[in-house]
Design a binder for this molecule. Structure first.
Ligand code: SF4
Length: 366
């Protein structure tokens, strides 16, 4: 259990009296607890990001979300966006992937859990009521991992039933963690999509520290499908290394053998990308990692990416293997340029067309 790695708990003054706070503290007996005024005091964590990031993986912060929980996914200018909405229920995650973009993003040196769940549920109801004709594709796995802390939080047990009666709201529970047994009795529920990001086993063991093996992720996906949930998969980040073709092809074949294609709502592909300062951070934190040394180019969105030809080749091969292994599954590119789309698929989605394509997979008539 990842939560057993927690060595220290910080509780914001305003977060003390929430049921979620009591629940988490009851599940971590013996872990030292400190009360703090608020998390702003922690933001003076010091300039040595590499040093405090490690400690941030074993420090849990229980805090109150004061801003909106729901935010549009921070897409990239001039790159095609899928219209996803992020639910910020946690920030940071106990796993430690070498490429994790949160390393450059988070300012609070802790795993943050927002405890005001009632506010979250009320916010969702208000938004849905205000725009009843809109379809919402929402996910909790952008600023953290949707399952890694769920045995502590119990949040999915409360969220999943809320989506059961909603024909116009979809929840994507995105993870690299396999424990979902507690959630299976909440199926069938086609409004909920369990999603795993996938990579070949060698990359998982080298670059995705503490994350579940490919086999455990695929077993969990098979269990979710059998319980009546939909599935999604994200080959993101796709990572280049000598021998990538064979490794990714085998991974796709294992996916095809593990789950029924008709249960899959969508599969995304996204090449490794990150803002330039992350490269030094990766080299410092993970000196044996193979990813930061690869040749990359500064793209128009300010991120380092593989050269376009390599990205196109990787996407096209993955698409070909996926078409064979999981026929009929919708494959799309996450945050890619119109030109790359065209070279891989032979067309470029118009503005909002990708969003409508994904919506159509989960709500046939809208
Ligand atoms: S599982 Fe996701 S959030 Fe957690 S470290 Fe890896 S990339 Fe980051």
């Amino acid at each position: 259990m990842l939560s057993q790695r927690v060595r220290r708990i910080l509780v914001e003054k305003d977060a003390r009296d929430y049921p979620m706070t009591r629940r988490v503290l009851a599940r971590l007996p013996g872990v030292p607890v400190e009360m703090i005024l608020d998390r702003e005091t922690l933001r003076r964590a010091g300039p040595d990001r590499a040093a405090w990031l490690a400690a941030a993986k074993t420090t849990l912060l229980l805090a109150v979300q004061k801003g909106p929980f729901q935010r549009p996914c921070p897409g990239t200018k001039d790159y095609i966006c899928c219209g996803y909405q992020v639910l910020q229920v946690t920030v940071n995650c106990p796993m430690d992937c070498t490429y994790c973009v949160l390393q450059g993003y988070i300012n609070t040196p802790a795993l943050t859990i927002f405890v005001n769940v009632k506010d979250l549920l009320e916010e969702l109801e208000t938004r849905w009521a205000a725009e009843p004709d809109r379809l919402w594709r929402l996910g909790t796995g952008e600023f953290g991992d949707s399952l890694a802390l769920d045995s502590l939080m119990g949040l999915n047990e409360r969220l999943i039933p809320r989506f059961a009666g909603q024909r116009r709201a979809i929840l994507e529970i995105k993870s690299k963690w396999p424990q979902l047994e507690r959630l299976l009795p909440f199926g069938p529920n086609p409004q909920v999509i369990f999603a795993w990001s996938l990579n070949p086993p060698g990359l998982i063991s080298g670059e995705e520290r503490l994350a579940a093996s490919l086999e455990r992720r695929l077993n969990a996906a098979s269990q979710a499908a059998a319980a009546g949930f939909r599935l999604a998969f994200h080959f993101d980040p796709l990572i280049y290394f000598p021998g990538w073709e064979d490794a990714y092809q085998r991974t796709v074949e294992r996916l095809g053998a593990a789950v029924p294609p008709q249960a899959i709502a969508w599969i995304s592909l996204g090449g490794l990308r990150f803002l330039p300062p992350l490269r030094q951070l990766i080299l410092r934190r993970f000196p044996t990692s193979r990813i930061a040394a690869q040749e990359m180019v500064l793209a128009p969105d300010g991120k380092l990416r593989y050269f376009r030809n390599l990205r196109v080749e990787m996407y096209a091969r993955l698409r070909e293997w996926l078409n064979q292994a999981v026929p009929g599954a919708l494959v799309y590119l996450c945050m890619e340029s119109p030109r790359v789309w065209h070279e891989v698929f032979g067309f470029t989605p118009e503005a909002k067309a990708l969003s409508h394509l994904l919506d159509g997979r989960v709500v046939p008539a809208h």
